[in-house]
Design a protein around this ligand. Structure first.
Ligand code: ZN
Ligand code: ZN
Length: 470
């Protein structure tokens, strides 16, 4: 199968191109997400139709005539220096023909970020590098409601690194030319890596690769943007030329960043971007953070529930909110009927939703069972407010009003319960909406009327006071 396809590819190439270009082109199309990599078990490459479509998509992204046929201008564009991040992020990336920005699918939950420059290329003065990374940051913060502060610590949200070849992230650089830099999306940590083999310059007077253009582009990824197929956008994947210190973002970039973080100064207005799914509700959980339930399912996704809707978050160095939410609860957990009372996930990965006198059990989104609370959780009342597994002793507790219940391995409430909530020092009394353990299982977060309380499971007290859940 593999050989057959390579021959086909060879046949469609104009005679001016040599045989190696077919491999080069396919390698490029696979590396940047236009073509699925070969199946390691069968050795199958993509079909010819897939290959042709991949070329159309690349030509379209690069601003070339989309003929689906390899030609010199396509090959020349593939040989230009570029960003190392894949062009095809998310689903149906190329199903629309309108040229505009794309969102990767994650964003920073906090809008006040920190950055750190871990090392410097020898080709530029240290001050020059710092100044131009600062200018690149300002290009984004000028239009979006985000701030950056510089810190001298590798625990910063976004760390800038100059690296050669293999540098311990599985994405080795390729020496001078080719890939210039890459960056990780918010859910992967946001760090920016520059290929130290490039001849880094600033300004238009000298020949080389412009650090300002490259840093501004990579920061777009760090903030949650994918590549744009608007070739004038800073998020276009192929390197263009040096930009001046006064360079402004393209309106396409401004719309993209404002769609994630809101506007500062003026609002460029919105167009519908490409993103993972579309939100169905109009709630903004950050604006009105009273929630019904929160849980981390077996696949380590964290969900917040409110009314008929849910939001997905990813927990890492920080809490990252995924875009495209809220969605309806019953669009993912089909059997659950609307607004829930509470939810929790067991050590074994079973997620239980509670509502009134009913419960529903799932593993991730796969339905397992449902039934009456009284039958399974013997001794537990209907309409519970919160349920969570406490890292202090690994036991599961449910809360209703001013009382709490310990649930045993056999799902029955333990003898001697309910007990009075006053033992949980520092928590609001008799008004807990939801609870969950986070932070390496040493802290439990209690949610109450839009505030959260961080309970230190070792010290048995609230260590974070009451803070707005933002
Ligand atoms: Zn890029
Ligand atoms: Zn890297």
């Amino acid at each position: 199968m593999a050989l057959y396809l390579i021959v086909l590819v060879y046949c469609v190439l104009p005679s001016t191109l040599c045989y190696d270009n077919a491999f080069e082109a396919m390698d490029y199309l696979m590396r940047y997400g236009y073509l699925a990599p070969p199946d390691p078990h069968t050795g199958n490459l993509a079909s010819y139709a897939d290959y042709e479509k991949a070329i159309v998509d690349f030509q379209s992204m690069a601003g070339l005539e989309a003929t689906g046929v390899m030609n010199n201008s396509t090959l020349e564009m593939m040989n230009r220096p570029r960003c190392g991040v894949s062009d095809k992020m998310g689903t149906n990336r190329f199903s629309h023909r309108k040229r505009r920005y794309a969102l990767q699918g994650s964003k920073w939950f906090s809008q006040n970020l920190t950055y750190h420059i871990a090392n410097y290329t020898h080709r530029l003065q240290k001050d020059t590098i710092e100044e131009h990374i600062h200018i690149a940051i300002q290009m984004w913060t000028e239009f979006a409601n985000i701030t950056f502060s510089k810190v001298n610590s590798t625990t910063a949200d976004i760390v800038f690194v100059f690296a050669n070849r293999t540098h311990n992230d599985g994405y080795p650089f390729d020496g001078e030319g080719g890939v210039l830099a890459h960056a990780f999306f918010p859910e992967r940590g946001g760090d920016v890596h520059f290929d130290d083999s490039e001849k880094w310059i600033v300004g238009t007077a000298s020949q080389g690769i412009d650090l300002l253009f490259t840093a501004a582009h990579e920061l777009g990824h760090s903030l949650g943007l994918s590549h744009s197929d608007n070739i004038n956008s800073i998020m276009a994947p192929i390197y263009r030329a040096s930009i001046s210190r006064q360079h402004q973002l393209h309106p396409d970039d401004m719309r993209a960043i404002q769609s994630l973080y809101g506007s500062r100064g003026f609002d460029i207005g919105t167009t519908t971007p490409y993103e993972h799914g579309t939100s169905e509700g109009h709630y903004d959980i950050c604006m009105d953070p009273v929630i019904d339930g929160v849980t981390t399912t077996q696949d380590l996704s964290t969900y917040f529930y409110k009314g008929d809707f849910y939001w997905r978050f990813v927990i890492g160095k920080r809490l990252w909110q995924m875009v495209g939410y809220p969605k309806r609860i019953d669009s993912s957990w089909n059997e659950v009927e609307g607004a829930i009372d509470s939810v929790y996930t067991t050590h074994n990965g079973s997620t239980f939703f509670f509502k009134g006198d009913r419960y529903w059990e799932y593993v991730n989104r796969r339905f397992i069972a449902n039934g009456s609370i009284a039958d399974k959780f013997v001794g537990l009342p209907s309409n519970i407010d919160a349920i969570f597994t406490w890292s202090g002793n690994g036991k599961t507790y449910a809360i209703k009003g001013s009382r709490y219940y310990m649930i045993q391995e056999n799902w029955h409430v333990a003898a001697g319960y309910p007990k009075d909530m006053s033992i949980w020092q520092g928590l609001p009394y008799a008004r807990i909406d939801a609870a969950i353990g986070f932070g390496g299982n040493t802290r439990t977060y209690f949610f109450s009327g839009g505030d959260y309380y961080r309970f230190n499971d070792r010290l048995l007290q609230v260590t974070f006071g009451s803070a707005k859940f933002t």
